[in-house]
Write a protein that binds this ligand. Structure first.
Ligand code: SAM
Length: 220
């Protein structure tokens, strides 16, 4: 590994240390460090961004004319991976230490089409609408920081999408996702979106969860 990358890893790890010292809420993958992995910067993480993109198989829905949003973007590695496939992407995340990692990585990669915002999705007020919104493992979070009900969450996403905009949705790893995706949530999704893709995807973290539900949905 070259010196520049080594120094950069040190900088990112300092953010993790600060998170551990000062963040008062739940820390994801605390034992392993980074929740997301990113090959471009040689960080393994618990969930490889590249592997996830491959498993989702969504490249046909992305293009350099599309503007995207990543809700609960964590350390922004998946956001930055997608930035190469869309015109622009915003990441919104409640944890300021993770947003600092995302911004440091954006600078390191000299990325110019991503922006990161430290706020809750509930309070996020973007000026423009989006063509694609990612909700990955995010509609309900074990940290207790999601205040929206599922229907409030879905309606806000719908409202932030352009006509015929897409919601790319992966279920969170709660107990329920060990079995089937909850019928009530499914009904809400079906009411407000057309289902273009519906499948199960393998997942690597948390270690006891083997699959998540995955959907590509088009605003009705
Ligand atoms: C399970 S992780 C999923 C991260 C990312 N979406 C992914 O799939 O790799 C949930 C993330 O949502 C963030 N989060 C929790 N509540 C939030 C809220 N109300 N608004 C924005 N981010 C939130 C957490 O800090 C955490 O980074």
């Amino acid at each position: 590994m070259d010196e520049k990358l080594k120094e950069f890893h040190k900088k990112l790890k300092k953010n993790l240390e600060n998170q551990e010292k000062y963040y008062e809420s739940f820390i994801y993958s605390k034992e392993a460090g980074f929740y997301q992995g990113f090959d471009k910067i040689e960080l393994k993480g618990c969930r490889s961004s590249e592997k996830r993109l491959e498993r989702y198989d969504i490249k046909e829905f992305l293009s350099d004319s599309k503007k995207a949003l990543d809700i609960g973007c964590n350390c922004g590695f998946f956001t930055l991976l997608i930035s190469d496939l869309v015109s622009k992407i915003d990441g919104v995340e409640i944890n300021p230490f993770l947003i600092q990692i995302a911004r440091d990585t954006k600078d390191f990669l000299k990325n110019h089409n991503s922006s990161f915002y430290t706020t809750s999705f509930e309070k996020f007020r973007p000026k423009e609408k989006y063509d694609i919104i990612f909700s990955l493992a995010n509609d309900e979070t074990v940290d207790g920081n999601t205040k929206f009900t599922f229907i409030e969450y879905i309606l806000k996403i719908r409202n932030l999408l352009n006509p015929e905009g897409l919601l790319i949705f992966e279920s969170q790893a709660l107990k329920e996702s060990l079995n089937e995706f909850p019928e009530k949530k499914y009904e809400h999704l079906k009411k407000h979106f057309d289902i273009l893709v519906e499948k199960k995807v393998p997942t690597d973290y948390p270690y006891n969860v083997k699959e998540r539900a995955f959907f590509v949905l088009k605003k009705k």
